[in-house]
Every structure is written in C-alpha cells, then in structure tokens.
Design a protein around this ligand. Structure first.
Ligand code: HEC
Length: 86
C-alpha cells in the first residue's frame, strides 16, 4: 500500500483523513512544528505507540524506512497535498 494511503486511511482512521485530529490529536505540520516535534521524536511514538492511550505501535506493521518517511512527511505536509481525502 502506498504510504500516502497508509497515512490518510490507517492513521486517518483516528487522526482524521486530513490529519486534523479525531480520536487522536491533530498531526498537521503547523501543530507539530509549533510543538517542537522532530522526525526522530515522531518516529519514536509511531514505532512504539502509547500503549495505555489508544495509539498503537507500528513497528511490526511498517518498516523502519516507512516509519521515518511518515515522520518526515508529517512535518513537511506531503500527505496533505493533492490526493489526500477530505
Ligand atoms: C486506533 C487509533 C489510532 C491510530 C490507528 C493511529 N493513532 Fe496516533 N494516536 C492515537 C491517539 C489516541 C493518540 C494520543 C495518545 C496520547 O494521549 O498520548 C495518538 C498519538 C499520536 C502521535 C503523538 C502526537 C502527540 O501530539 O502526542 C503521533 C505522532 C501519532 N499518533 C502518529 C500516528 C501515525 C503516523 C499513525 C499511522 C501509522 C497513527 N498515529 C495511527 C490514536 C491512533
């Protein structure tokens, strides 16, 4: 599955199709940058999740390269340009 679909569909199920938040928090570049998130910090949360707080870990599902690419993409907004679902 292309990464864009993983993000807008799998992550979007909880974070919203345009990542503006739902069950999980807003993951748009503006909010993440405002809060000082880095690629490494995002990758850490995505890899292990927050087990007691409804955020699943993705280490067994996504490769390390995919986790890094998603983290970088959340910060630069590449998943929110044309093609992302509303
Ligand atoms: C089953 C619902 C669910 C799915 C699916 C999900 N998340 Fe989350 N996510 C959450 C929740 C809930 C939180 C907030 C956890 C907390 O309260 O600390 C969260 C937190 C996060 C955070 C930390 C944000 C912050 O400000 O604390 C990141 C980054 C994140 N998710 C990325 C992702 C990515 C990337 C995916 C897809 C690979 C994904 N999530 C899929 C529910 C989900």
């Amino acid at each position: 599955m292309p990464l864009r679909e993983v993000v807008t569909e799998d992550c979007g199920a909880c974070h919203g199709g345009r990542l503006r938040g739902g069950l999980g928090p807003d993951l748009t570049p503006d909010r993440l940058r405002q809060q000082g998130w880095t690629v490494d910090a995002l990758a850490q949360v995505i890899r292990h999740g927050r087990p007691d707080r409804a955020m699943p870990g993705w280490a067994g599902v996504l490769s390390e390269a995919q986790i890094k690419a998603i983290s970088a993409g959340l910060l630069d907004g590449r998943f929110l340009t044309n093609g992302a679902r509303k």
